[in-house]
Design a protein around this ligand. Structure first.
Ligand code: GH3
Ligand code: MG
Ligand code: MG
Ligand code: MG
Length: 298
């Protein structure tokens, strides 16, 4: 959270990089590149918070680099500031029209560079925070429905290139209305948070996404997980929730809070509809509820 912002400085003249580094290195991690090609490579691997980009360079120039950055979803959000000796307005407009957020002319004035960089990094940080908030559930810290949609769209598109398997688990707390009635809404919220934590502990891959899908419904998106593995993970979630040992005297399924789970697995194919996994998992969840709850079906 408190990590130093990182800046990629791109200039074909090493002396220019040295000048800018000297101005910025005290408060920022600095990466540098001396050509457009190198700049794109480093930007994609380091994902810097800001790019200071020279215009005139042999090979692909700064304008082309900026256009390539803005066309690549991975790095399109990284703010670009042009730093150039080209002082005319046409050059400035061209840079801004390509998606750069600012334009600094050389020779640079250190205090001006520092001030502009600071403001743009502040805005970038706020934008990142808002973007993260927009896909996060406030109570549990899990992803929300928007993140579920995003992740399903991304994974089905990515896996359809290889026909890879995608599994989705949907789970719902059993007799939760009664839990609220018996123990109060605050205890209900605490229960939701504990179930969310248990869910996070039950999944293991960096690419797994855990979601609060609705009030007391959760989902997991498991890329490249086959049906057998997904069933095991679902059983693990069920066991972990039981092991929380949250008393629930109103449950007809268990003395403790329990969940019912539905599992859906299918290979991703061109044209696969992300909603198909949700529908199929939901159907199995319904079967688990009807069969007595505290159960996994898939
Ligand atoms: P079932 O076993 O069939 O799932 O029964 P249920 O009572 O869990 O299902 P139902 O859908 O009837 O009730 C869900 C309850 O979840 C209703 C609502 O009071 C509670 N709920 C939903 N969102 C929240 C929340 O954010 N906090 C709390 N405390 N309760 C919530
Ligand atoms: Mg140059
Ligand atoms: Mg429900
Ligand atoms: Mg329920």
């Amino acid at each position: 959270m408190n990590k130093r912002p990182s800046i990629l400085i791109v200039d074909d003249e090493v002396s220019n990089i040295e000048i800018l580094s000297a101005v910025l290195e005290e408060d920022h991690d600095i990466y540098f590149a001396t050509s457009g090609t190198e700049a794109l490579e480093i930007a994609r691997t380091t994902l810097p918070d800001l790019i200071l980009l020279d215009v005139l360079m042999p090979g692909i120039d700064g304008y082309e680099v900026c256009a390539a950055i803005k066309a690549d979803p991975l790095i399109a959000d990284v703010p670009v500031i042009f730093t150039t000796a080209l002082g005319d307005q046409e050059a400035e407009v061209k840079g801004l029209m390509l998606g750069a957020i600012d334009y600094i002319t050389k020779p640079i004035l250190p205090i001006v560079v520092r001030a502009r960089v600071r403001n743009h990094l502040d805005m970038k940080r706020m934008r990142d925070e808002l973007a993260e908030m927009a896909v996060t559930d406030a109570l549990t810290g899990l992803g929300n429905r928007r993140r579920l949609e995003k992740s399903l769209n991304q994974e089905t598109a990515r896996l359809s290139r290889t026909g890879g398997q995608l599994s989705v688990i949907i789970l719902d707390i059993d007799f939760f209305k009664k839990f609220n009635d018996l123990y109060g809404h605050t205890a209900g919220d605490r229960c939701l948070t504990m179930v969310a934590a248990a869910l996070n502990r039950a999944v293991h891959h960096a690419s797994d996404v855990t979601i609060r899908y609705g009030g007391e419904e959760f989902a997991c998106v498991l890329p490249e997980i086959d049906h057998l593995e997904a069933m095991e993970i679902a059983l693990g979630i069920r066991d972990r929730v039981q092991a929380l040992g949250i008393p629930h005297s109103g449950s007809e399924a268990s003395p403790f809070v329990s969940v019912s789970l539905g599992v859906a697995t299918a290979p991703c194919l061109p044209g696969s509809q992300p909603e198909a996994w949700i529908k199929a998992a939901d159907k199995q969840l319904y079967v688990a509820k009807a069969a007595g709850r505290n159960l996994v079906e898939g």
